[in-house]
Design a protein around this ligand. Structure first.
Ligand code: NAD
Ligand code: TDX
Length: 335
């Protein structure tokens, strides 16, 4: 591909994907489209060669902006989203605007321009919670929080555009992703940066909820493979095969940070908190994908990155994040 569009290219996974493309494909030009919402950050692209990518600040729900960004691109990887479950539980209007209307706008423009590959980045959360076993791609969608519902709705637009307009839509459902540059509202960077300041790690409920952790570069390599080699109209799970209870994650972080167990603070549970996510990724593995980063390496690298890049997260945590944190955890910390 000579030119690709990455929406949400200034976010956590989107910016890693921009770097991934530039590293892996020396002749590819990347267009990054991002609205720069609270989680979008130009600092996330500081390591990307500015000659090799074009940055457009704009809304993926705006047709003219999307048409301009897509023009001349061979494909698009669509990451732009409202991405945090806890925020969606307070109000979901932005989630519908970006994760549903934004997908519709992107699909309309891609059809109009004849874009050859349209990959929608989705999530394992669309299946809902599972007690044992793992969901395959044909399992029914049973989202259980507004964020997951908006992602499921976006996916359904993708499937509908494939069926009606023969749009070359590919969908990936990735599991919980971690690594450098993740916004500190998400559990790993929140726990790491709090612990570095001697602040508590607010662990929801009994800490027994299970997530399947995937290192960010492995998520990027899977998306890249599906973008290039996947079959249009198909959906691919991307698993970490690395299930951990949240309490185990917290303890691993404490060990790496050499911080005391007393930092773990059990707080009131997230409402409707999904107990366990698990997906089967045989279909993707049949395309040849394997994750490269072992959990121990990925966690050590991630912790080191936050230790060495205080400039990045202190800027965030001393800004608008403070208000969010007070709202989110004030009433929880008393529970
Ligand atoms: P993030 O919040 O770090 O990044 C989202 C980016 O989208 C930000 O840069 C933001 O500015 C941008 N954005 C938001 N609304 C926009 C709009 N209307 N127009 C243009 N840009 C907009 O999120 P992330 O964790 O990097 O997630 C990226 C994608 O991956 C999302 O689609 C998410 O649903 C999906 N996903 C995330 C995970 C995870 O564990 N983080 C797992 C599976 C799937
Ligand atoms: O303070 C916290 N304490 C806590 O115990 C936070 C923020 C979270 N948690 C728990 C809730 C979850 O069981 O940790 C787990 C992970 O929470 P998040 O980081 O908020 O992720 P999750 O809700 O699992 O959703 C993530 O994975 C799927 C991403 O945010 C989504 O964008 C992705 O689609």
């Amino acid at each position: 591909m000579k030119r690709i569009l990455v929406t949400g290219g200034a976010g956590f996974i989107g910016s890693a994907f921009v770097r991934w493309q530039l590293r892996r494909y020396p002749t590819t030009h990347v267009v990054a489209l991002d609205k720069l919402t609270y989680s979008g950050n130009r600092d996330n692209l500081k390591d990307a060669d500015p000659q090799r990518y074009t940055f457009i600040r704009g809304d993926v729900a705006d047709p003219e902006t999307v048409a301009r960004a897509l023009d001349g691109c061979d494909g698009v990887a669509h990451f732009a989203a409202e991405s945090h479950v806890d925020r969606s539980l307070v109000g979901a209007a932005d989630f519908i605007a970006t994760n549903v209307s934004g997908v519709n706008t992107l699909l309309e423009q891609a059809v109009a321009l004849g874009t050859k590959r349209v990959l929608l980045v989705s999530t394992d959360e669309v299946y809902g919670s599972i007690e044992t076993g793992a969901f395959s791609e044909d399992a029914p969608l049973k989202p259980r929080n507004p964020y997951a519902a908006s992602k499921a709705a976006g996916e359904l637009f993708g499937a509908a555009f494939h069926a009606s307009h023969n749009a070359p839509v590919l969908i990936t459902r990735g599991s919980n992703t971690y690594g450098p540059f993740q916004y500190p509202e998400k559990v790993l960077p929140l726990f790491i940066t709090n612990a570095l300041d001697g602040l508590p790690m607010p662990l929801y409920g009994d800490g027994g909820n299970v997530r399947d952790w995937l290192f960010v570069d492995d998520h990027c390599s899977a998306i890249d493979l599906v973008l290039r080699k996947g079959t249009p109209g198909e959906t691919y799970n991307i698993a970490g095969r690395n299930e951990k209870q949240n309490i185990e994650v917290a303890r691993t972080l404490l060990q790496l940070l050499q911080a005391p167990e007393s930092l773990i603070r059990h707080v009131r549970d997230r409402i409707g908190h999904d107990r366990r996510y698990a997906i089967n990724d045989e279909k993707l593995r049949a395309l040849g994908w394997r994750p490269k980063t072992r959990w121990e390496e990925g966690m050590a690298e991630t912790v080191r990155w936050y230790q060495e890049n205080e400039w990045w997260w202190r800027k965030i945590k001393s800004g608008a994040f403070k208000e969010y944190y007070a709202r989110q955890y004030d009433h929880l910390l008393d529970g």
